[in-house]
Design a protein around this ligand. Structure first.
Ligand SMILES: *[C@@H]1O[C@H](CO)[C@@H](O)[C@H](O)[C@H]1NC(C)=O
Ligand SMILES: *[C@@H]1O[C@H](CO)[C@@H](O)[C@H](O)[C@H]1NC(C)=O
Ligand SMILES: *[C@@H]1O[C@H](CO)[C@@H](O)[C@H](O)[C@H]1NC(C)=O
Ligand SMILES: *[C@@H]1O[C@H](CO)[C@@H](O)[C@H](O)[C@H]1NC(C)=O
Ligand SMILES: *[C@@H]1O[C@H](CO)[C@@H](O)[C@H](O)[C@H]1NC(C)=O
Ligand SMILES: *[C@@H]1O[C@H](CO)[C@@H](O)[C@H](O)[C@H]1NC(C)=O
Length: 465
């Protein structure tokens, strides 16, 4: 999995060994140069500078005498063969690295170097019913972005975990691993999770293929094959079943990669991706008023929310405690992720952006431009056109996943149909998250439905551009 990361360890082993052997000083210089080259590729130059600082120290200990003589007295010298094996490991790594660079010529690693050609990897992290399909389209519409819609859907459907505590950790590991491979255009990794399994890398079963432009255009769109049923087929044209090899090639040809995922529970599980030298990750966390999210979920996933509906309809006093706990758990995991992101730990610096759906709905162009600036991806007329068309159109009622709606009219519609006691439950379970994101609590049913009362704090520092 971590093809790239062990490199510095090899360098370290090797340098460590050489330090003991002064008479290889020239060789050492060579190795340092090699390591510096590799480190440059791997964005971990700081570790080498540490080593460079230590080397003069080791030589200075010799104080004018031939360092080899001094060092040779150390009885615990690494044997030459150990040095050699460390070096040949290093060579193999080098070889692999150049192979990787050959395969992915666009994988430049200078994150803030401002190179226009740098490949970016955008992860849109959200939860269901937060408008993530809509925001995902902002990236899908850019002709040079390879966009995948909810690839973790397949993972969730096929991987079953033991009930209990470890499952969340397992889920985090598996989903992170799949995301990492997908961002690197290894689409084959998804095949293990597609049911029925692809044959010869051919599948008609990729979830929401039609939501990914790159999978519906030439050359990934192969001639239509009669009698092959594809549930999530391309919208504008009919294509043959998806050839995963062609999809992976298209992914590598595009300048950037973007994924949308509503199934990442914790931001901190993504740290290895942010630190992967092969990726230049940008995480956009999309949040929405949890009252609106619940209202929307009760419509979209009616079966899952049957107990809520019953509670509302039958006028019972109390909702089942586990339902409230689940809601609280969801809100808390979103809040904890956002707090981590806003704290900007070193590994996330410049890589995290928090966005409120309500702001996107009200100022779609401005927020989309902000996301593009953050991601370092060039804005195009195509993106602008799509946003113009799809935020001003009247709703056409084309289903629950419709992205075509008059967004500035839609975003707070939920207020006028939500029973106040439902809003109260959400407020008590999600208070801390609502406070962080600037969603105002309401005290009574009248304030909930009074249009002249805004439920949004506007003075937060992190969502205003
Ligand atoms: C280096 O050698 C000089 C003279 O032999 C001595 O005075 C000095 O303390 C030595 N320095 C170290 C760091 O060993
Ligand atoms: C000898 O090598 C050991 C292990 O690498 C190290 O801990 C020790 O400091 C060395 N001693 C000298 C005199 O360099
Ligand atoms: C180099 O890559 C090959 C094939 O991908 C792999 O089997 C091998 O373990 C790699 N070698 C090193 C040192 O990473
Ligand atoms: C899928 O595409 C690859 C690359 O063009 C091709 O070699 C392969 O034959 C295709 N697979 C099938 C089953 O058509
Ligand atoms: C969308 O909603 C806004 C705000 O209510 C309104 O000004 C605009 O006319 C609407 N546009 C369409 C096409 O319905
Ligand atoms: C709505 O809120 C505004 C501002 O608080 C208030 O002046 C107005 O009377 C309210 N309208 C209704 C119908 O309660």
């Amino acid at each position: 999995m971590d093809k790239g990361l062990p490199l510095p360890q090899d360098c370290r082993d090797f340098l460590h060994g050489l330090r003991m052997r002064g008479r290889y000083a020239l060789f050492l210089v060579f190795v340092v140069v090699v390591c510096v080259f590799i480190e440059k590729e791997n964005k971990i130059i700081s570790r080498v500078s540490e080593k460079l600082k230590q080397i003069p120290q080791a030589l200075a200990d010799a104080n004018g005498t031939d360092p080899a003589l001094v060092l040779a007295e150390n009885a615990s010298l690494l044997s030459l063969s150990e040095l050699e094996s460390a070096f040949s490991r290093l060579q193999r790594r080098l070889h692999n690295l150049s192979l990787q660079l050959g395969v992915e010529p666009a994988a430049e690693s200078a994150p803030w170097g401002g190179s226009a050609r740098a490949r970016r990897h955008v992860l849109l992290m959200a939860s269901t019913r937060t408008g993530s399909s809509f925001v995902g389209e902002f990236f899908n519409q850019q002709g040079n972005v390879f966009y995948l819609f909810e690839p973790l859907w397949h993972v969730e459907r096929t991987v079953t975990f033991e009930p209990g505590a470890p499952s969340a950790a397992h889920w985090a590991l598996v989903s992170r691993d799949v995301l990492q491979r997908l961002l690197l255009c290894d689409l084959y990794s998804l095949e293990h999770f597609i049911r029925p399994g692809p044959e010869q890398h051919l599948t008609p079963a990729l979830f929401r293929r039609g939501s990914s432009r790159a999978l519906c255009e030439e050359p990934v769109c192969t001639p239509f094959v009669k009698r092959v049923f594809e549930k999530y087929h391309c919208k504008e044209r009919r294509c043959g079943p998806l050839n995963v090899t062609l999809a992976a090639q298209a992914c590598r040809r595009k300048e950037h990669v973007a994924l949308k995922a509503v199934r990442i529970r914790q931001l901190d599980s993504l740290q290895p991706l942010a630190e992967d030298p092969r990726l230049d990750l940008r995480i956009i966390q999309l949040v929405r008023d949890p009252r609106a999210v619940l209202a929307s979920r009760m419509v979209a996933f009616a079966g899952k929310y049957a107990t809520w509906k019953k509670w509302l309809a039958e006028g019972q006093d109390r909702l089942r405690e586990e339902e409230v706990q689940r809601l609280r758990g969801n809100c808390e995991s979103i809040r904890l992720s956002a707090e981590l992101g806003l704290r900007q730990p070193t590994w996330l610096r410049g890589r995290y952006l928090l966005v409120r759906y309500e702001d996107v709905a009200r100022w779609p162009l401005q927020k989309a431009r902000e996301m593009y600036r953050f991601a370092g991806i060039p804005w195009t007329a195509q993106v602008e056109d799509w946003i113009q068309t799809n935020t001003q159109a009247a709703q056409d009622g084309s289903g629950v996943y419709s992205t075509q709606k008059n967004s500035s009219e839609q975003f707070d519609k939920w207020r006028f149909s939500m029973p106040f006691k439902l809003a109260q439950v959400v407020q008590s379970a999600c208070g801390p998250a609502m406070h962080l994101f600037g969603y105002k609590l309401v005290r009574d049913a009248d304030s909930l439905t009074n249009r002249s009362i805004s439920l949004l704090e506007e003075h937060g520092t992190f969502w205003v551009t």
